[in-house]
Design a protein around this ligand. Structure first.
Ligand code: A2P
Length: 273
């Protein structure tokens, strides 16, 4: 089965499953990206804050032969503001060794700085110039989304947020649907903590799949763009073997039951930065 893609509100598209490289050291990133592209991945997600854009760029060049691989990177909090965002983007392109990126995101709203609307105006310019093919945000709450749309008339293509079976973000997903924003899940495996969950193990066993594969399939089936991270080539390959099955209503109900009010693992976007 062909890998599914998500179409953005700007007409561009992104393979729904990508490789996440948070916490991957720069000197391993090239090897892992190359392994991922060889396994079939056509989408890699990095960030200035991960300090591995150079390794990711090298991996994409090594794997380049014939493979069009989309790359996302993100503006770090300390670089927010109109001019600083533009300068930071240039540095990201240099590190990646590219003329453009497919998707550029504001990493966190960092509301205490109150610069995210100015930063968004810089991203709008980068999109107009064609150097960021699509632009979006990460960790934005509905009030942050509404403000940047009100101030520019430009709706982000995507919002990348913490999302996994124990933190399903149902209210935010409904807002995204209403506004025409794609949902992207970071820490989609709950940083590995969900891999021992008995309800997930049961769904996985029913399909002859691993818990990681069952969780990734859940993300695809509910419409998320999903970027599982692994620093292990075998697990990177395993995480891509998810296009030959789908979950039924009983499986989806089992996942539904795992959503928890205290399921958040990472920082609260209203307080971070
Ligand atoms: P590793 O990098 O050693 O493979 P998330 O994407 O939710 O942040 O989860 C990433 C964590 O899950 C990492 O600790 C990663 O470990 C682990 N992981 C990723 N894929 C698998 C897999 N298929 N099986 C087991 N653990 C996995």
């Amino acid at each position: 089965m062909a890998q599914p893609t998500t179409t953005f509100n700007d007409g561009e598209s992104l393979p729904q499953l990508g490789l996440g490289v948070w916490q991957v050291p720069d000197d391993q990133a090239a090897m892992l990206v190359e392994a991922a592209v060889n396994a079939g991945y056509r989408h890699v997600d990095t960030a200035a804050a991960y300090q591995n854009e150079a390794g990711v760029g090298e991996g994409l060049r090594r794997a380049a032969a014939g493979a069009e691989v989309k790359v996302t990177t993100k503006l770090w909090n300390a670089s927010q503001g109109y001019d600083r965002a533009l300068r930071s983007f240039e540095k990201a392109l240099e590190r990646l060794g590219r003329e453009s990126v497919d998707l550029y995101l504001i990493h966190w709203p960092a509301p205490a700085q109150d610069l995210y609307a100015e930063s968004w105006k810089a991203l709008v310019r980068l999109k107009e110039e064609g150097r960021a093919k699509s632009i979006g945000v990460s960790n934005f709450n509905p009030d942050h989304l509404k403000r940047i749309i009100d101030e520019t008339g430009v709706t982000p293509a995507i919002n990348q947020v913490e999302l996994h079976p124990r933190f399903q973000q149902k209210a935010l997903r409904a807002v995204h649907k209403e506004l025409g924003i794609a949902t992207e899940a970071w820490s989609p495996l709950g940083q590995g903590r969900l891999l021992e969950d008995p309800a997930i193990a049961k769904v996985a066993a029913k399909h002859g799949k691993t818990p990681a594969q069952a969780i990734i399939r859940w993300h695809l089936d509910i419409g998320n763009v999903v970027i599982p991270k692994s620093a292990n080539p075998d697990r990177i390959r395993q995480n891509f073997e998810v296009f030959d099955f789908s979950l039924d209503a009983e499986d989806l109900a089992a996942f539904d039951g795992l959503d928890a009010a205290d399921g958040r693992i990472g920082p609260d976007p209203a307080k971070m930065g």
